[in-house]
Design a protein around this ligand. Structure first.
Ligand SMILES: [Zn+2]
Length: 156
């Protein structure tokens, strides 16, 4: 997903924090909306466009789609994956990976499905922290029928 900064609302900068090692320094602009915009240079303007507000709004729309069972079918997982690659800033967070693997392992055990069929969706919250938000399980029909205790003898 490409964040369109022209669409992004202008937010006042609360503070600018320098981060990173020499040679790859960037500037974290903490904004009034609670988001942090990373820029290569400190902004001289009092306000900058917040791409996170755009992302947040679009995620909201995705979540609304998700709660609609008819439209949520196959397209969401791909959309999320593409989006994650382009999100402007993500804290590398080993704990989230661990949390995701534990979740995945637990679900594989509980459901008897394959690890590849469990997708843990992580999301960046207002503090810029990555955390697991929900889980999508692509269940093959054998597993689904077993869980549903569905067999040819079951009257429909
Ligand atoms: Zn924002």
């Amino acid at each position: 997903m490409k964040v369109n900064l022209k669409k992004a609302p202008q937010r006042e900068i609360l503070e600018i924090e320098r981060s990173g090692e020499w040679g790859k320094v960037d500037y974290r602009h903490r904004l009034t909306c609670g988001h942090v915009e990373i820029r290569k240079r400190p902004s001289s303007a009092p306000k900058i466009a917040c791409s996170w507000c755009v992302v947040a709004e679009e995620k909201q729309q995705e979540l609304q789609l998700l709660s609609n069972p008819v439209r949520s079918s196959a397209r969401l997982p791909q959309a999320w994956t593409e989006e994650e690659a382009e999100v402007p800033y993500i804290d590398a967070d080993g704990e989230t990976d661990l949390e995701s693997s534990k979740l995945r392992a637990g679900l594989v055990l509980a459901l008897g499905c394959s690890p590849e069929s469990v997708e843990v969706i992580t999301e960046v919250d207002e503090n810029g922290d990555l955390s697991a938000r929900y889980v999508v399980v692509f269940m093959d029909i054998v597993v689904a029928k077993r869980l549903a205790r569905f067999d040819s003898d079951t009257p429909i």
